[in-house]
Design a protein around this ligand. Structure first.
Ligand SMILES: NC(=O)c1ccc[n+]([C@@H]2O[C@H](COP(=O)([O-])OP(=O)(O)OC[C@H]3O[C@@H](n4cnc5c(N)ncnc54)[C@H](OP(=O)(O)O)[C@@H]3O)[C@@H](O)[C@H]2O)c1
Length: 263
């Protein structure tokens, strides 16, 4: 599959880097564009075989999949630029832009011919740069084998979850914003650790390893968090007192408020 990524910034660049390092798409089948040469030089640093250009129209020629990865306010401008050069019968269009619905994307892509391309919405999180993303994918009009191919490509960059479009918002909240929410817990723990008397670097190391251990227990035991929490708590014990104090401060409700307000 030949892929053109329009906008090789944080997200587009991470996708390019991950795909180039994977086994399913040769780096030479990837073309990445940007606004500045500086960004393209960075992309070349990931793999010199990745093709780069400042010309979006040139980039989409011959691509099987065009991935739109610019900031939301540039979407319309970029789509208008490339629309005339796309063959919707052969070329699919994917958007990684958070809130661009199929309806909005379809309106922008509509060239009056009555033919629309296969469309995808792809929402990875920033851990895609390490191959540890959760990537949500929704499709409109995609044959199963093409969706499967796309899922295989992104599954080399972490876990992929195929959903219907209405679940893209909740998925973004849980996994993309979720990275920040998880880090917020770690940040609070480190702050607390320092207040308890540890040096910041010590607290950082302890909190990171504690989180690793918690995740690995859930992973190896196939358990929900509460099962592992129950193993740590004894009636009247210090963990239970700590958990009760966290809930009195609204911990669970605060996390849910974050999730519900970011979808
Ligand atoms: N960060 C996340 O967790 C995340 C997750 C999912 C989705 N997204 C989505 O990803 C999109 C991009 O976000 P980002 O954080 O990657 O932004 P970013 O780092 O600013 O990247 C945007 C890229 O677009 C390039 N660009 C600007 N104008 C262009 C044009 N006319 N033609 C081609 N390329 C152009 C920029 O080039 P220069 O570098 O040369 O200026 C830049 O490399 C956003 O819409 C966001 O909703 C982000």
């Amino acid at each position: 599959m030949k892929i053109a990524i329009i906008g090789g910034g944080n997200m587009g660049g991470a996708i390019a880097k991950g795909i180039a390092a994977g086994s399913l798409v040769p780096a030479s089948d990837l073309t990445v564009t940007a606004h500045t040469q500086q960004t393209l030089d960075k992309i070349k640093g990931y793999d010199p075989a990745i093709r780069t250009t400042l010309d979006n129209r040139e980039a989409v020629q011959g691509a099987d999949l065009v991935v739109l990865a610019v900031k939301p306010w540039l979407l319309e401008e970029v789509v208008k630029e490339i629309r005339g050069g796309l063959d919707y019968r052969k070329q699919a269009v994917a958007s990684v832009i958070g809130r661009s619905s199929f309806e909005e994307l379809g309106k922008l892509l509509d060239n009056g011919s009555g033919v629309m391309p296969v469309m995808y919405r792809i929402i990875p999180n920033t851990a895609i740069s390490l191959g540890e993303s959760v990537t949500f994918i929704a499709e409109q009009g995609a044959p199963k084998e093409r969706l499967d191919e796309l899922v295989s490509i992104f599954s080399e960059l972490g876990q992929t979850v195929v959903v219907k479009e209405p679940m893209m918002g909740p998925g973004t909240s849980l996994a993309s914003c979720g990275i920040a929410f998880a880090l917020k817990y770690l940040d609070a723990s480190i702050q607390g650790g320092v207040e308890l008397g540890f040096a910041p670097e010590e607290a950082r190391a302890v909190v990171m390893q504690t989180m690793r251990g918690a995740l690995e227990m859930m992973n190896l035991n196939g358990t929900m968090p509460q099962t592992e929490i129950d193993k740590v708590t004894t009636p009247g014990g210090m963990t239970l007192r700590g958990l009760a104090a966290m809930e009195e401060s609204g911990f669970t409700e605060a996390v849910k408020a974050g999730l519900f307000n970011s979808k």
